[in-house]
Ligand binder design. Structure first.
Ligand SMILES: Nc1nc2c(ncn2[C@@H]2O[C@H](COP(=O)(O)OP(=O)(O)OP(=O)(O)O)[C@@H](O)[C@H]2O)c(=O)[nH]1
Ligand SMILES: [Mg+2]
Ligand SMILES: [Zn+2]
Length: 316
C-alpha cells in the first residue's frame, strides 16, 4: 500500500506526488467508486445518503487535487484505491487540504474591485481558511493611485491579513512571498487575467506557465489556465487555478444570518439587537454607526449590503 498526494488531474489521469518528490501517473480504480465512510466523516457533509440510524455508508468519492490517496500497482499501472479524509475541501477552486488561499487581485487590468475582493474574502472565511492578499500589477499604478490604494489596504492589514503589492514581471518581494508560503499548501485564486500564473513564474525559478494578455475588449482575461495544479518547490506546494470571471462567482450556501459574521470587524461593534441585519438607518445599530463614524471602511459596509441583497435575491 503506497500513498501520495494528487497534484493534477486531466481526463481521468491523476498525477501523484510521492514523499520522495517523484511524480507518478495513476488512474482511479473501479473499486474507488464507493467507499465506506462514517457518519461524522467530512465526506458526508453534503451527502444525504446517511440516515441518523446508520453509522457508516458507502458513498461515491472522486479524488481531487490536494487529496491524499492510497494507490496500488497492477501490471505496470497505478490505480487509486482510496481517498484519505480531507481536512477541508473547496469547490472553487476545486481542491482539497489547503492551508492558505493567496488572493491575487490586479491593481488595474482588470480594474480593482473592493466588492469582488470582499466577496472572495467572505467565501474564504466561510471555509475557515486564512487569506493572503496580493495586489498584482502595482507597476501600472501612478504614485497617487498607489498611495490611496495602499491606505485602503491598511484596513485589511488591520484585520490581520497579509497584504503585498507586487509587480510579478519583476518580482522584488520573492523572499517575502516564499516565507509566507513556507511549509504550507497554498492556492492562488482570483479573477482571470489578474496574474496568478505570472506570479508563480516569478516565484519558482525557471518556470514558464502559460500566461495571456487580458482582452482589451472585455477588460478581462481569457481563462488561460484551465485546470487546478499543485506545484512543488522547496517544501512549498503552490496551486495555480483557472480564474473566475465576475459572472461565475456564486454565494454557495451562504445565508444572510451568517453573512455579518464573515465580516470579522463587525463583531467589535455590537448591536443592541439580537438578530440585527445592520441595514442603513437602523437606529442603535452598532455596525451602521461604526460605518457612519468611519470606523468601518465604507466599501466594506457597502459590500456587505450588496452581498446581503444578492443572497436574498438568489434565494428567490
Ligand atoms: N504590468 C504587469 N503585468 C502583469 C503582472 N502580472 C501579470 N501581468 C500580465 O497580466 C496578464 C495576465 O496574466 P496571467 O498570469 O495569465 O493571469 P491569470 O490570473 O493566470 O489568468 P487565468 O489563467 O485566465 O486565470 C499577462 O499578460 C501578464 O503578463 C504585473 O504584476 N504587472
Ligand atoms: Mg493563469
Ligand atoms: Zn446592527
Amino acid at each position: 500500500m503506497a500513498k501520495g498526494r494528487v497534484i493534477n488531474l486531466n481526463g481521468g489521469n491523476y498525477q501523484i506526488l510521492l514523499d520522495d518528490g517523484t511524480i507518478i501517473s495513476a488512474k482511479a480504480s473501479g473499486r474507488l467508486r464507493y467507499q465506506k465512510v462514517s457518519s461524522d466523516s467530512e465526506f458526508n457533509k453534503n451527502s444525504n445518503k446517511l440516515s441518523k440510524k446508520l453509522s457508516t455508508a458507502r458513498i461515491k468519492i472522486s479524488p481531487k487535487v490536494g487529496d491524499f490517496v492510497v494507490y496500488e500497482e497492477s501490471e505496470g499501472n497505478s490505480y487509486i484505491t482510496e481517498v484519505l479524509p480531507r481536512k477541508n475541501s473547496l469547490i472553487r477552486p476545486d481542491i482539497a487540504n489547503v492551508d492558505q488561499i493567496v488572493l491575487v487581485f490586479a491593481a488595474k487590468e482588470p480594474q480593482f474591485s473592493f466588492y469582488l475582493l470582499d466577496m472572495f474574502l467572505v467565501n474564504i472565511l466561510k471555509q475557515n481558511i486564512t487569506p493572503v492578499i496580493i495586489v498584482s500589477k502595482a507597476d501600472l499604478l501612478t504614485d497617487d493611485e498607489y498611495v490611496s490604494l495602499n491606505l485602503k489596504m491598511d484596513y485589511y492589514r488591520n484585520l490581520g491579513w497579509q497584504v503585498l503589492f507586487v509587480n510579478s514581471l519583476n518580482l522584488k518581494e520573492r523572499n517575502k512571498i516564499l516565507s509566507l508560503l513556507k511549509g504550507k499548501v497554498s492556492v492562488l485564486s482570483g479573477q482571470t487575467g489578474a496574474g496568478k500564473s505570472t506570479l508563480i513564474n516569478g516565484i519558482i525559478p525557471g518556470f514558464s506557465l502559460n500566461t495571456n494578455e487580458i482582452s482589451k475588449a472585455l477588460g478581462r482575461g481569457k481563462h488561460t489556465t484551465r485546470e487546478v495544479t499543485l506545484y512543488s518547490y522547496k517544501g512549498i506546494l503552490l496551486g495555480d487555478t483557472p480564474g473566475f470571471s465576475k459572472f461565475d462567482l456564486s454565494f454557495f450556501d451562504l445565508t444572510e444570518e451568517e453573512l455579518p459574521h464573515l465580516f470579522p470587524e463587525f463583531d467589535e461593534y455590537m448591536c443592541k439587537f439580537n438578530d440585527c441585519a445592520h441595514l442603513k438607518n437602523t437606529p442603535g445599530c452598532g455596525v451602521y454607526e461604526a460605518y457612519l463614524n468611519g470606523k468601518i471602511l465604507d466599501t466594506r459596509y457597502l459590500s456587505y449590503l450588496k452581498m446581503r441583497e444578492e443572497i436574498i435575491k438568489n434565494r428567490g
